[in-house]
Design a protein around this ligand. Structure first.
Ligand code: ADP
Length: 390
């Protein structure tokens, strides 16, 4: 389960085969005019239902399952895994959800106000509706708990930082962990034996440096605002921009929060945060869109160079998530600037219409470049099953 403030994504997934049994999305939770989009046996159905809260959304989901031919009782669910964005300093791996763990997830809402409160609502609802099923929290920050202090420490007043838990945590960890392990499996190399850079490019985007399977740096910080240019977030910028927006432009803190989280990035530069729109406009010769594309690629190339230096070399660079898996133009623009690093690009492999794990660098390229689909739901399911088996 992945509960957002007004949505609930769910999947019932077989942790062994990786196949999903059902998947769906409840939208406009807590409002009128809600819908559940549900998929079972390759058939997609849409159901109009008002959902006052996440509890109602889950009840409606079970009704939809019964109506579409697989009552939840027959789905052999053994555990509910919940995506939780922020695990703070204490949760370094998946946790069986107890009252204490739930309280901590709520408390960490100060560090992830857009996410953790919604996850807590989803967890409370799932505990109520499935009282007999164990529930496990899988944290986006977990995989990055191995970052060295030199990578996670911000150079500000140390006492203040400690008191307020200000440091880099990193996000999308479930994806970076899954994809880095999948790369090793796909290339048939032991994960301990090589250095990787993973570019997770979705609506949110982050990049990680992984040495022998352990994360050593990542671009998202105390919150998911830092780092790469994203659909609606601008990533790195001088923190004084925030002060200037307040003192000179007269924006309040909440307005700046909304501006930076929801109205910046590709959306802020072009008016749309979706990369399909962006590419359409680039192809039409739109200069505004071209600049956004260039800013996006420049930031990504800069991070790859930085991480290659931090790792003291890189063996494999991988693209994943919506943009990374589907946008050949961005991959090409990035790879064409990495010849100096040892990337020999294979344009035909890059533009092949293939959706499985694949290599897009030429045979013999000193640095291998891959495209590997991510699957956060499967990774969460596997962690959840491992937690109850432990
Ligand atoms: P998130 O999970 O962070 O919401 P995704 O990983 O689904 O995001 O990525 C969404 C982005 O991927 C959008 O900008 C979208 O335009 C882009 N994208 C998704 N599918 C395709 C596709 N088939 N071709 C081009 N771009 C795509």
């Amino acid at each position: 389960m992945n509960a957002g403030s007004s949505s609930l994504k769910y999947q019932i997934v077989d942790p062994v085969t990786g196949e999903f049994v059902v998947k769906g999305l409840a939208e406009r939770v807590g409002d009128s005019g809600g819908t559940i989009t549900h998929e079972y046996r390759s058939e997609k159905t849409t159901h109009d239902v008002d959902m006052a809260d996440h509890g109602v959304a889950l009840e409606e989901m079970t009704k939809v399952m019964a109506e579409t031919g697989l009552p939840i009782e027959d789905a052999d669910v053994v555990v509910v895994g919940h995506r939780v964005v922020h695990g703070g300093r204490n949760f370094t791996g998946p946790e069986m959800i107890t009252d204490y763990v739930l309280d901590e997830i709520k408390r960490l809402g100060t560090l992830a106000p857009l996410h953790n409160p919604a996850h807590a609502l989803g967890i409370e609802a799932a505990r109520r509706i499935f009282p007999d099923l164990p529930q496990v929290a899988v944290f986006d920050t977990g995989f990055f708990s191995t970052l060295p202090a030199s990578a996670y420490t911000y150079a500000i007043d140390a006492k203040l930082a400690k008191e307020h838990a200000i440091r880099r945590y990193g996000f999308h960890g479930t994806s970076h962990e899954y994809v880095s392990a999948r790369v090793a499996q796909f290339l048939e190399r032991p994960v301990e034996g090589f250095k990787q850079i993973i570019c997770h490019l979705g609506n949110g985007a982050s990049i990680s440096a992984i040495d022998g399977g352990r994360a050593v740096d990542t671009s998202m910080g105390m919150t998911p605002l830092e780092g790469l240019v994203m659909g609606t977030r601008g990533g790195d910028m001088d923190p004084a921009v925030v002060l200037h927006l307040n003192r000179v432009a007269g924006l309040g803190v909440d307005e700046i929060d909304t501006l930076l989280n929801k109205k910046s990035g590709i959306l802020g530069l072009t008016g749309s945060g979706d990369f399909r729109d962006l590419m359409g406009r680039v192809d039409d010769g739109d200069e505004t869109a071209q600049l956004a594309f260039d800013v996006y690629v420049h930031r990504l190339v800069k991070y790859i160079g930085a991480y290659a230096a931090a790792l003291e070399g890189v063996d494999v660079i991988t693209f994943t998530a919506g943009v990374g898996e589907n946008n050949a133009a961005i991959r090409e623009a990035v790879c064409r600037r990495l010849g100096w690093l040892g990337v020999t690009f294979d344009a035909a492999a890059n533009s092949a219409d293939d959706h499985d794990a694949r290599i897009i660098s030429a045979a013999g390229s000193p640095v291998t470049v891959c495209v590997v689909p991510t699957n956060e739901e499967l990774a969460i399911a596997r962690h959840a099953v491992a937690a109850i088996d432990a």
